[in-house]
Design a protein around this ligand. Structure first.
Ligand code: GTP
Ligand code: SPV
Ligand code: MN
Length: 580
């Protein structure tokens, strides 16, 4: 139990409403985890994988209708609709609470109510924030144990500080018609019903660490972002930390743990975070960042020895796999893993390539960050790491160059706000459709994007030594639909250019849309990418950018009077330059 009266009272209220058979306060101990796993093996929620080859690894098959986030059922419930903005679905808080009350009523009968105290960020960091998730899903408990600092230490901090986010979750009947993910930022509260999957159910992740945290960050003067944090150490032992925002399933995990190409002897890559970054100005005027998470909930398909060997190594043991296929000797398998042959698909049916892939495109692994060979112990640093550069990027087949540098912080904010990307399987809905995804936060910003951009712009007054902002695109395709840039570990070549540029070792050529590298300054030795391809990857087509700028303008104007004037002023400058 707990000495915190508010927590005690809330648990009582929720258990009266949901009527669970038992209440279990999670401590996070190994013994507790063992018991949870044994229970799930009995109910079939966990399937044991080959314990010789994959010790401590289990497979979970989610309901086939419950395989990704549900943006169309995710709401921001602020008292004023305008505060949620055109970027969010909104519902009146009273109406939302009444609806959720109906859904939660009696929903835990015959089930155990788990109380999960958790801390987002290092347990002793002043930048960290705590929450309590109530759930009736042992799968959620097992995942939260890997993804957050969960259990007794977090509860002790909550009791010390008296502050926590209230997250209430039930899988309900997993009925897509009775599924809602509601956020009440004014009450620091989350309510999620009817899904057991990822961002819908692990409430510390997108619901707390992005939607609620971004709302808090705005009033408190910091940033909660959908960003990886990676440290690049050169052979002289100097490390630069880069924060990168790419939309869901667009390469954050891969970039966070890349292995540099053979040409980069003596360079090291350190993984601080792969999905979420909380940043705030330090006394030195730089932005300092922590990763609020403790684990990876990574996309499985495409994770292989040539693309992401560090991820592959991380998930050899003590990992949860959700919706992957299985081989004849009971090992987890997904498209892009290796040459093994799956016998069972993610639904548990005999694998038939005619029917579909073995692994669901949004199948995932869950594993503690500490298992990653490139894990940085700076992930536990109380004040985080200083950020040398911010990188935005999307999945764009055409137009957007491999890399460019913003002209100023304000122009960088425009670059972030203008981001667009092809949609992916991380959300239920159409895949491959280009949509605006500012700062990779379209599904995750807990308030009006216009106010969010104003908040970003305000950092020129908050921090004297802001990092430069870059934009990258690993996903350009040629006429035959093939990726023009090798990507993955070779993205190191672009990161090296970014760092050299920050250090003043290489120049960029100013263009209307930003500073472009000289092709010869990007190290391509050992690559078979020819000069023509490099030039195409770095080319700026003024007419196409004028068209793009018009679409950006139309999008930004959709935010009406609340849009900061500076955004249009920056865009006007780009357009004027494009015309000359
Ligand atoms: P979320 O966890 O959904 O936020 O995704 P993420 O941004 O961490 O994406 P992740 O690194 O898991 O990559 C998603 C997919 O993109 C995987 O199938 C990768 O194999 C693929 N991918 C990642 N980086 C690259 C790259 O540089 N080039 C290409 N072509 N594909 C990439
Ligand atoms: C994303 O969709 O951006 C993810 C996976 O990182 S989820 O946890 O489902 O949000
Ligand atoms: Mn993500």
């Amino acid at each position: 139990m707990t000495s915190n009266a508010i927590l005690k009272q809330w648990i009582n209220e929720v258990s009266e409403l949901t009527q669970p058979e038992n209440i279990h306060w999670c401590t996070g101990s190994d013994e507790e985890n063992r018991q949870l796993i044994d229970g799930m093996l009995e109910t079939g929620e966990f399937i044991e994988l080959n314990q010789q080859t994959n010790p401590g690894c289990y497979l979970h098959r989610s309901d086939p209708s419950d395989v990704a986030r549900v943006e169309h059922l995710t709401f921001i419930c602020t008292s004023k609709k305008e505060d949620a903005g055109p970027n969010n679905l909104w519902m009146d808080p009273d109406e939302a609470k009444a609806r959720m009350r109906d859904l939660f009523e009696g929903c835990m009968q015959g089930r155990t109510l788990y109380v999960i105290p958790y801390c987002m960020g290092p347990i002793d960091s002043p930048l960290s924030r705590c929450g309590v998730e109530i759930t009736d899903s042992p799968y959620v408990v097992a995942n939260m144990r890997l993804m957050t600092r969960m259990g007794s230490d977090a509860l002790a901090r909550i009791e010390r500080e008296g502050m926590f986010i209230k997250g209430l979750h039930s899988i309900g009947e997993l009925d897509p018609e009775r599924r809602f993910i509601m956020h009440f930022p004014e009450d620091l509260m989350i309510q999620s019903f009817g899904s057991g999957y990822g961002g819908n159910a692990l409430l510390g992740k997108k619901c707390h660490a992005l939607r609620i945290a971004s709302y808090q960050a705005r009033t408190e003067g910091w940033l909660a972002e959908h960003m990886l944090i990676v440290g690049i150490e050169n052979p002289q032992g100097e490390t630069h930390y880069i924060a990168g925002a790419f939309p869901s399933a667009c390469g954050k995990t891969n970039l966070a743990m890349l292995i540099p190409p053979a040409e980069y002897e003596g360079w090291k890559v350190w993984t601080v975070g792969d999905d979420i970054c909380w940043m705030q100005p330090g006394e030195d005027g730089r932005l300092w960042a922590i990763n609020p998470e403790a684990g990876f909930f990574g996309v499985a398909p495409g994770t292989g020895a040539s693309t992401n060997p560090n991820a592959l190594e991380s998930v050899k043991s003590n990992s949860i796999f959700t919706n992957v296929g299985v081989t004849a000797d009971n090992q987890p398998w997904w498209e892009g893993k290796d040459d093994d042959v799956p016998v069972t698909d993610w639904r548990g049916k005999p694998y038939d390539p005619e029917v579909g892939p073995a692994a669901h495109p949004n199948s995932r692994f869950t594993v503690s960050m500490k298992k990653c060979p490139s894990y940085s112990d700076k992930a536990e640093a109380k004040f985080g790491v200083p950020i040398s550069a911010i990188v935005f990027g999307g999945r764009r087949e055409r137009l957007v160059p491999l890399v460019m540098k913003s002209k100023s912080w304000e122009h960088g904010v425009l670059l972030g706000a203008s981001m667009a990307s092809e949609t992916t399987a991380a959300n239920i809905g159409a895949v491959g459709v280009v949509r605006r995804d500012p700062m990779a936060m379209k599904p995750f910003c807990g308030y009006n994007f216009a106010d969010y951009w104003a908040h970003w712009l305000s950092f020129t007054d908050r921090a004297s030594n802001l990092p430069p902002i870059f934009h990258v695109n690993w996903f350009r395709k040629d006429g035959e639909g093939k990726f023009m840039w090798p990507g993955f570990g070779d993205n190191m070549r672009v990161l090296e250019w970014i760092i050299s540029h920050i250090k003043g070792e290489v120049d960029s050529t100013p263009t209307a849309i930003g500073g472009m590298p000289n092709a010869s300054d990007i190290n391509t030795s050992g690559l078979d990418t020819d000069d023509a391809t490099m030039n195409a990857l770095l080319e700026v087509d003024p007419q196409a950018w004028l068209d793009e700028s018009e679409q950006i303008r139309e999008y930004l104007e959709g935010y009406g009077d609340r849009l900061p004037d500076q955004m249009i002023a920056e865009l006007d400058k780009v357009v004027a330059d494009l015309k000359t």
